[in-house]
Design a protein around this ligand. Structure first.
Ligand SMILES: [Zn+2]
Length: 509
């Protein structure tokens, strides 16, 4: 029997998925825990990935008519109290500032002093503070629509945290818009969901389902929440972006009133939408393997890394000179997506194998080795990150250079196809509750193996049936697909009452 190949990351996905995830982040040098409980340090490699995510999304927001602005980090407590459902949803995870000064105490320590008249909440989301500002800006229908996005950090106090997926502080964008009519606000909600879907699929190579949340899973205060849902490699769902139609709930709370074309006073129709550093967690759990991160080429901070190799000083010098010329030629290229090709020579005085593995773990799509024998043939030794780390091939220098943009595209498309195939292979229809139960019950309850997936089943629409499944199996309805009716009518998996179509149930992050 062949011995199992050693992997760069231990444990493997199969051995312990949750621990594998933490170890990939460490091996790829994406982020670190911080001295502040529940908060993460995003390291340069992870932050460069985030910057590319930001730039990609930002371009799409601007192309659909939005502009960026910035609003305060602090929200007066009274603002939060104005929208009842919103308060209920966020109250339990708010960080509250009650003092504004530190004074030296009797034993030399610092004591908070200068109690605030009204406590300030560190924004968990900004509907209320932005609503208060919009109420001043909006007078007439001529002031509408307002289409603004903010890039910011938010704080939601979490007791059980996981890097990129659930941290007390995280980075995100939040869009907040006001419209004259319900129809316009609904159109905005769908437009942004399309942006998120396109970004997830075409940039992150992460296939998603789209739909509306069931009433029980809506954003607190929203009339409708739409979402994108992806399947991770452990077959759990990840909500990767949400777009909320808020109706007039928040404009009533904040007093966003405009004079209509008919001269009447009307409440504005608002939306809000967000995507966060969670997308990085999604990319890791969609593409990374037992050797570390696998960066989607469209968003990777680095496309090609060149590794000069030589045993003797003169070999190394030759290799470096050859690498410099290769670097120059590659740096002139653009990717098929429009940006410049990001290429770098790893000049560090380290063992070649060590250097190579570091870039494998970071997930760089293409690694190129140049050593004496390659140079003699005017060729390079190429490895693609979507294949095994030891799977390398020789290619003439000219052919390699001219083929790089297409190769990156091929890798990007391959990652998407692989993720889609994984989702399809782990999506099943269920009409019997015992079968459904078995699907979501691991064989080994002590140390659950990877199991489950997306279960497409009928649901009557009652919150009781939904919570029964959640309470018994820890499974939630991920969304009510927009094309739900196409799956045909049936009977609710739980109670047998009529259902207008199937919905995906899954365990989720
Ligand atoms: Zn039911």
């Amino acid at each position: 029997m062949a011995k199992a190949e050693k992997t760069a990351v231990t444990p493997t996905r199969q051995e312990d998925y949750a621990e594998w995830y933490q170890q990939v982040i460490r091996a790829a040098d994406l982020a670190d825990n911080s001295p502040v409980r529940g908060c993460m340090v995003i390291k340069p490699w992870g932050y460069a990935f985030w910057e590319n995510i930001q730039q990609g999304l930002d371009r799409m927001f601007k192309a659909t008519g939005h502009t960026n602005a910035y609003f305060p980090l602090f929200i007066p407590k009274s603002f939060m109290e104005k929208e009842a459902a919103h308060v209920e949803g966020f109250a339990k995870e708010c960080a509250v500032v009650t003092h504004h000064r530190l004074e030296e105490g009797p034993d030399g320590g610092l004591i908070p002093a200068g109690e605030l008249e009204e406590p300030l909440i560190v924004r968990p989301t900004s509907e209320t503070i932005i609503g208060a500002v919009y109420a001043k800006w909006v007078q007439s229908y001529r002031d509408l629509p307002i289409l603004i996005n903010q890039w910011a950090n938010v704080v939601r106090w979490e007791l059980r945290t996981r890097l990129f997926l659930r941290t007390s502080e995280f980075l995100w964008q939040e869009g907040h818009t006001v419209h004259e009519t319900q129809a316009e606000a609904e159109k905005e909600t769908s437009l942004i969901l399309k942006v998120y879907q396109e970004f997830a699929e075409e940039y992150l190579a992460m296939p998603v389902l789209t739909g509306a949340k069931s009433p029980g899973q809506r954003f607190p205060g929203a009339v409708e929440t739409q979402c994108i849902e992806a399947m991770m490699q452990d077959r759990k769902a990840l909500q990767a972006g949400t777009s909320h139609f808020l109706g007039q709930n928040f404009s009533r709370a904040a007093g966003i009133i405009y004079q209509s074309r008919e001269g009447k006073e009307e409440y504005g129709w608002t939306t809000s939408w967000g995507a966060s550093t969670r997308l990085i967690g999604g990319a890791i759990m969609t593409h990374a393997d037992d050797d570390g991160m696998v960066m989607p080429p469209r968003l990777t901070p680095l496309h090609v890394v060149i590794l000069p190799i030589g045993r003797t000083d003169s070999d190394r010098e030759n290799a470096l000179a050859y690498a410099e010329r290769l670097n120059l030629a590659l740096a002139k290229l653009t990717t098929v997506w429009g940006g410049p090709l990001q290429v770098k020579i790893d000049r560090r005085d380290l063992n070649a194998g060590e250097k190579g593995w570091e870039w494998v773990k970071k997930g760089v799509p293409i690694r190129v080795e140049v050593g004496p024998r390659d140079i003699e043939k005017d060729s390079v030794f190429v490895a693609r990150r979507d294949r095994g780390a030891r799977d390398k091939f020789s290619l003439g220098r000219e052919d390699f250079i001219s083929g790089v943009p297409a190769l990156l595209k091929e890798i990007q498309d391959g990652l998407f196809a692989r993720a889609l195939a994984h989702r399809q292979a782990n999506t099943r229809e269920f009409d019997s509750y015992p079968d459904f139960q078995a699907f979501f019950t691991p064989q080994n309850s002590e140390k659950p193996e990877i199991h489950g997936g997306f279960a497409l089943a009928h649901w009557c629409g009652s919150p009781e049936c939904e919570s029964k499944v959640t309470d018994e199996l820890g499974v939630t309805i991920r969304c009510l697909p927009f094309d739900r009716a196409e799956s045909g009518q049936g009977k609710c998996l739980v109670c047998g009452r009529p259902s207008p179509g199937r919905v995906p149930f899954a365990k989720a992050y």
